[in-house]
Design a protein around this ligand. Structure first.
Ligand code: UD1
Length: 421
């Protein structure tokens, strides 16, 4: 067990660069099952979820090689359609492997997927989408068995624009003859990146970024080299770190257009945020101001993956901020630790009302999920005194060596083994 030891109060200054987006890389790794030939992904972040996904691909018969930010996937040995239990439980993204495995082998089994404990996270939309493509699905004691022998292109309507379910169907349909149309598709930038990747391999998909995606199945796809889009959530987290410490940071390899809702809120808090040719610069005021209302929504609304970080920094902003979490029902678990640090937060249902305090006090805390853990680190950066954020491994799911990036910006943070703490 590891944790982050933080001594708060340092003003962050300098530059950092974010790598490929976790939420783009994971579906792209799943889609690497589709082509005949190798996939090489550049700028692939060194995070636990990526390694867990590579672990699953290996169990399916692929060879995956990781070298200094480059992941190579050779799927020539793909022959297993049963996803390994233990690894699949670690990451929820394993569920969207159903689509590409079915696309290639016409059958697949998986146990109910895992991931962060941030809500019920049902998979009904994934299954609905696959059924619309003719997949017969049987659930047996927590195991989902998919028979794709009668798969065909079809029309899919999602009652809610689920990111993973949209990706699942795009991958399942890429090699199915005929035209599949996905209605009420998710519009996240990572969906557009998946379309770009599949089309680079020779696929024919259009409409990603809008609510209707059209997939024209092709006979085969070829392996390609690809660089995924940068991680907007990692970039947003570094901007928050600059904001909460009264600092000035330049985040390189950040796409401003993907971060408009986050930059808008940071400006409302009094930060100067500017786009600088492929980078975003933030300069924080002496004291942050509260924002009026932050509501998480599917893209292009405010991303749920930035809610915890914004809540943490609003704890020390002047005035009252209101946060409504609409996407996941259990994503306010960081509130208890923030309150112990001295924050004034009232939660009612999915709504948190934060009355800014002058300062927080360093504390021993425990990350409960990936973004909640990052939020606790942000709070520790501005708190008085020392903090320890336990369960660094949850944060490592989505941030590559967070402590190194923050220390380079001037933070007093190190990774510790908790036996020593
Ligand atoms: C993806 C992201 C995650 C992000 C989320 C929302 C990846 C690897 N993860 O997760 O970081 O927080 O999008 O932007 O890309 N739902 C159902 N039934 C389903 C599927 C989802 O009810 O079959 C619900 C979920 O419980 C949740 C909401 O839909 O309340 C959003 O989930 P979804 O968009 O599917 O998120 P993920 O793809 O799991």
């Amino acid at each position: 067990m590891e944790g982050f030891h933080v001594v708060g109060g340092e003003r962050l200054q300098g530059e950092t660069r974010v790598e490929g987006a976790k939420n783009a890389v994971l579906p792209i790794l799943a889609a690497a099952l589709l082509p005949e030939g190798d996939t090489v992904l550049s700028d692939c972040p060194d995070i636990r979820d990526v390694h867990a996904m590579a672990g699953i691909l290996k169990k399916l018969g692929c060879v995956c090689g990781w070298n200094n930010g480059e992941m190579r996937v050779c799927n020539a040995g793909l022959r297993h359609w049963e996803m390994p239990d233990e690894l699949s439980k670690q990451i929820r993204s394993s569920i969207f492997l159903l689509g590409p495995i079915l696309g290639r082998l016409r059958r697949a089994t998986v146990t109910y997927p895992g991931g962060c404990e941030i809500g019920l996270r049902p998979i009904d939309l994934h299954l609905k989408g696959l059924k619309a493509l003719g997949v017969r699905i049987r659930e047996d004691g927590g195991v989902i068995c998919c028979d794709g022998r009668d798969m065909r292109a079809g029309d899919v309507y999602f009652d809610y624009p689920s990111v993973g379910a949209t990706e699942n169907v795009m991958m399942a349909a890429a090699l199915l003859s005929g035209i599949t149309t996905i209605h009420n598709a998710a519009r996240e930038p990572e969906i557009e990146d998946l379309q770009r990747f599949i089309n680079r391999m020779g696929g024919r998909i259009e409409g990603a970024g809008s609510h209707v995606i059209r997939v024209e199945g092709v006979k085969k796809l070829r392996g390609v080299d690809y660089t995924p889009i940068p991680d907007r959530i990692a970039a947003g987290t570094f901007l928050c770190a600059g904001a909460v410490t009264g600092g000035s940071v330049l985040v390189r390899n950040a796409r401003f257009n993907d971060l408009i809702p986050v930059c808008d809120k940071l400006r409302e808090m009094g930060c100067a945020v500017t786009e600088e040719g492929g980078a975003i610069r933030l300069t924080a005021p002496e004291r942050l101001r509260a924002f009026s209302l932050l509501q998480t929504q599917p893209h292009p609304g405010f991303p749920t993956d930035m809610q915890a970080q914004m809540l943490a920094i609003s704890c020390v902003a002047e005035g009252t901020s209101v946060i409504v979490e609409n996407v996941f029902e259990n994503r306010l678990s960081h509130v208890a630790d923030l309150t112990r640090m001295g924050a004034d937060i009232r939660v009612s249902g999915h709504t948190a009302v934060v009355r800014g305090v002058n300062s927080l006090s360093g504390m021993r805390m425990t990350a409960r999920d990936l973004r909640g853990g990052a939020a606790l680190v942000l709070a520790a950066l501005c708190a008085k005194g020392e903090s320890v954020v336990e369960r660094a491994e949850l944060v490592d799911r989505g941030y590559a060596h967070l402590e190194s990036a923050l220390s380079r910006l001037g933070a007093n943070i190190e990774r510790i083994s908790l036996r020593e703490a």
